[in-house]
Ligand binder design. Structure first.
Ligand SMILES: Cc1cc2nc3c(=O)[nH]c(=O)nc-3n(C[C@H](O)[C@H](O)[C@H](O)COP(=O)(O)OP(=O)(O)OC[C@H]3O[C@@H](n4cnc5c(N)ncnc54)[C@H](O)[C@@H]3O)c2cc1C
Length: 462
């Protein structure tokens, strides 16, 4: 980097700036997906919204683009960009729970683990994702769904307001009443519109105990179980949510040793009712097949939320695709089961997420999230550790994704797309033109471009 630029940044940002070579630079630029290895010009350790305003105006003055790191989980690594001014939100973690009014205020750098723990201290929760190390910010701005989505909607459906630093350095609070256009865009439009410093969520009584855990089936039974899942899962009561995963059997005590390392089908089950209700509701999914083992049991909600964290820890290389489906048709089920035989690494998977319920109560254009009527999303994912396997793993996944796409309807969830170029139509669907108009209003120079980008001039007639 030019010395002049460094000295200008250093002068303006003072102790907030972390430059290449400084202590903490490498740790702060690191993101969840180890395939991503990018070098921002400077990282700003933001402590509050004044720091962020200062960082944004500095970036504009120095001709740098801005990237924002929340929980760092984005599969495309959009939190970090070469040569950009990166704002690290990890110090903005204040969480305030107003149990009386069922409201939470959550800092823009908090993780779901932190938010869940604070809310559960009062027996409350807001719908988040299924891995609790994920950032509240990125997950929410893309839509956000997990075990509670069928009962209480997407993360954005529980967002009451957001405080945001805009591209011109001003701070706005947006809600249904203030800047409603921006509030609409934030709910599914990803990080395109500014830097959210605080989210205000509606809370719900949840738990503290829920029924949660995996039930494992042999791959030979997978067709039958997935056929029952395809039929019955969308009809489950809203307090139940089940995702299916074709994967490699983990070495867990509930599975016989002989099964460890073989390909299996897992139903990951969540139920917010009683044990009796759960047994009655979930049995229809098993199709009379005898499970290989099960760890479905009452657990604290926070334990359920963190159950998958270790399996999806930081440090591995990852590549995903995501497809929308109205149904899991028999040919798609056949394809997925056949593909499972060839999973190219022990941590790779063919995941099926279930939505519906409260998610589908809202229309596709009520918020920027356009996938409301999609009950199933398939997310084939490869996960590996050595760079020399990149081409093989990504090649396998792309090939598999092309085959699954034949059975899919258009669209992909913005938070599950592994590349950042050219995906806006898929991610935002029929809401793209309206999003582009709002982008032109709030970020005409596209300062915030490291995301599934909505180019301000992309749809100038939109
Ligand atoms: C293991 C794993 C499990 C997941 N499970 C789920 C799931 O169950 N449900 C689900 O819906 N999604 C899930 N996701 C996807 C997840 O929603 C996205 O990866 C999301 O982008 C992560 O947000 P983050 O803040 O951690 O990521 P980051 O990489 O930090 O940020 C993601 C994007 O949001 C922007 N951003 C971050 N913070 C802010 C902010 N404060 N203001 C404005 N923009 C900001 C960034 O610039 C970036 O473009 C999962 C991801 C992983 C890796």
């Amino acid at each position: 980097m030019e010395d002049l630029l460094i000295s200008r940044l250093a002068e303006r940002l003072g102790s907030l700036a972390v430059f290449p070579g400084d202590a903490g630079y490498d740790q702060r630029r690191q993101v969840w997906n180890a395939s991503i290895d990018r070098f921002p010009a400077v990282i700003v350790r933001a402590g509050d919204h004044d720091d962020i305003r200062h960082a944004v105006t500095t970036a504009a003055a120095c001709g740098l683009k801005v990237c924002i790191k929340g929980g760092g989980h984005n599969i495309a690594g959009s939190a970090v960009a070469d040569g950009a001014l990166m704002i690290d939100m990890s110090d903005l973690k204040d969480i305030e729970i107003d149990a009386e009014h069922l409201i939470a205020r959550v800092g823009g750098g908090a993780t779901w683990a932190e938010f869940d723990a604070a809310a559960q201290a009062h027996g409350l929760a807001a719908p988040g994702g299924v891995v609790s190390s994920t950032g509240v910010a990125g997950l929410t701005l893309g839509g956000g769904f997990g075990w509670l989505a069928r009962l209480h909607g997407l993360a954005i459906d529980n967002l009451l307001s957001a405080e945001i630093v805009l591209a011109d350095g001003t701070v706005a609070v947006c809600s249904q009443d203030e800047h409603p256009d921006l509030f609409w865009a934030l709910r599914g439009g990803s990080g395109n519109f500014g830097i959210v410093t605080e989210f205000t969520f509606r809370l719900h009584p949840v738990g503290p105990q829920v029924l949660f855990g995996p039930t494992f089936f042999a791959l030979k039974d997978a067709r039958e179980v997935l056929t029952a899942y395809a039929e019955h899962a969308p009809l489950l009561p809203r307090k139940a949510c089940v995702w299916a995963n074709l994967m490699t059997a983990p070495p867990v005590p509930v599975l016989p040793k002989s099964v460890h390392g073989t390909k299996i089908l897992t139903l990951m089950q969540f139920h917010a009712g009683t044990v009796g209700e759960a047994q009655a509701d979930l049995r229809s999914l098993y199709a009379g097949s005898e499970p290989l083992g099960s760890a479905l049991t009452p657990r604290p909600y926070t334990e359920a939320q963190g159950f998958l964290d270790a399996a999806y820890d930081f440090g591995a290389r990852n590549y995903w695709r995501a497809h929308n489906h109205h149904t899991l048709s028999p040919p798609l089920i056949d394809l997925l089961v056949d593909l499972a035989h060839g999973l190219p690494s022990p941590e790779s998977e063919l995941l099926i997420c279930l939505l519906g319920g409260a998610v589908a109560d809202v229309s596709d254009d009520a918020t920027a999230f356009p996938h409301r009527q999609i009950p199933f999303m398939t997310t084939p994912g490869v996960r590996w550790h050595n760079k020399q396997d990149d081409a093989r793993m990504i090649g396998w996944l792309k090939h598999v994704s092309e085959q699954i796409a034949v059975h899919a309807v258009p669209g992909s969830y913005v938070n599950f797309i592994a590349e950042t170029e050219g995906n806006a139509p898929r991610a935002y669907g029929g809401n793209l033109a309206r999003l582009a108009a709002i982008k032109r209003k709030y970020d005409p120079a596209n300062l915030f471009r490291f995301n599934q980008n909505i180019a301000p001039d992309a749809l100038s007639t939109g």
